[in-house]
Ligand binder design. Structure first.
Ligand code: TAP
Length: 280
């Protein structure tokens, strides 16, 4: 008699557990649900007195939980904030930031600066995934390396929306793996970098994470793009990223915004470069 009631209660419990979690935290939720499945297997193992089920379930349960916690740490957010953070979440740019001005550039301007550079760092983010621009990025990489320019990719652990998101996309485009550099290593060379090309990234290059204690991402390690000589940031507008906050990188003196869809803009840069001014 109680069985259907338990099923209904479990369904309600499952739904209530998931609805407070923000949509973009989905990867954390998936690994947490994996962990719950492992715990359920452990319970079943005890009921059936099956040691294999207990051990396999415990492995699944603990690894899922550890992965969820690591993902939260990389975002510098507490576990409870991810689990209940979507309640009353407001994602809005502040009025103060709207008054700050930014400089714009065209794809042709970016191509000219890239062609003159010796060291280039490309910072891919969620926007590259949305635009599916990885193959254009590969073409750009080919154009630049052909000219003897040192091109590296700065990979942030939480760029995009799932662990390893950028690695997967760049591997799909056959970018050599040894050119993907982790944030802390690439940051050491940032002051010697001529041009940083930010491709649809926002929070992972926000200098506010270093300086603004009131920022929700304060303390999150970032890619120090602002320390390079020149920054070109490709995105469609001045809208904020996942954290819903302004990014002072976009209004910095050494930054130029190239507005547009990442795939189209990188395509235009490649086109300009393949026309070739023959500087390198
Ligand atoms: P975001 O901060 O989300 O910024 C992405 C930017 O891409 C946006 O500002 C958007 O600006 C731009 N964009 C979107 N579509 C585009 C397109 N078609 N062409 C060009 N630009 C486009 O991304 P991020 O810097 O990669 O940071 C990731 C964020 O996600 C972090 O806050 C992280 O904590 C969070 N997060 C990560 C994970 C994992 S595990 N990776 C999981 C959950 C949450 P426009 O709209 O103006 O174009």
């Amino acid at each position: 008699m109680l069985f259907p009631v338990v099923i209904v209660l479990s369904l309600v419990f499952g739904v209530l557990l998931i609805i407070p979690i923000g949509g973009a935290d989905m990867p954390t939720v998936i690994s947490l649900l994996n962990s719950y499945a492992g715990l359920a297997a452990v319970a079943m193992g005890f009921v059936l007195e099956n040691k294999l089920l207990i051990v396999a379930g415990a492995l699944d349960g603990s690894s899922g939980l550890i992965l969820s916690i690591i993902m939260c740490r990389a975002m510098n957010r507490s576990f409870t904030n991810v689990l209940f953070g979507a309640f009353g979440q407001v994602q809005k740019a502040s009025a103060a930031a709207e008054q700050r001005t930014h400089r714009t550039a065209t794809a042709q301007d970016a191509a000219q600066m890239l062609e003159l550079a010796s060291r280039v760092v490309i910072v891919p983010g969620y926007g590259m995934a949305v635009a599916q621009a990885q193959h254009r990025v590969r073409e750009l990489y080919d154009q630049l390396t052909k000219r003897g320019i040192d091109v590296r990719f700065a990979i942030h652990p939480v760029a995009g929306r799932m662990p390893g998101h950028m690695n997967v996309l760049l591997a799909e485009a056959d970018i050599p793996y040894d050119h993907l550099i982790e944030a802390e290593d690439v940051n050491a060379d940032m002051p010697q970098t001529d041009v940083v090309l930010v491709v649809g990234a926002n929070d992972i290059v926000n200098p506010g994470a270093r300086t603004d204690e009131s920022s929700p991402i304060y303390g999150m390690p970032i890619i120090d793009a602002d320390k390079a000589h020149t920054v070109f940031a490709i995105k469609r507008s001045m809208s904020p990223g996942f954290a819903g906050i302004d990014n002072e990188l976009y209004t910095a003196d050494n930054t130029m915004m190239v507005f547009g869809d990442a795939k189209a803009v990188i395509g235009d840069i490649v086109k300009a470069l393949s026309g070739g001014s023959g500087i390198h």
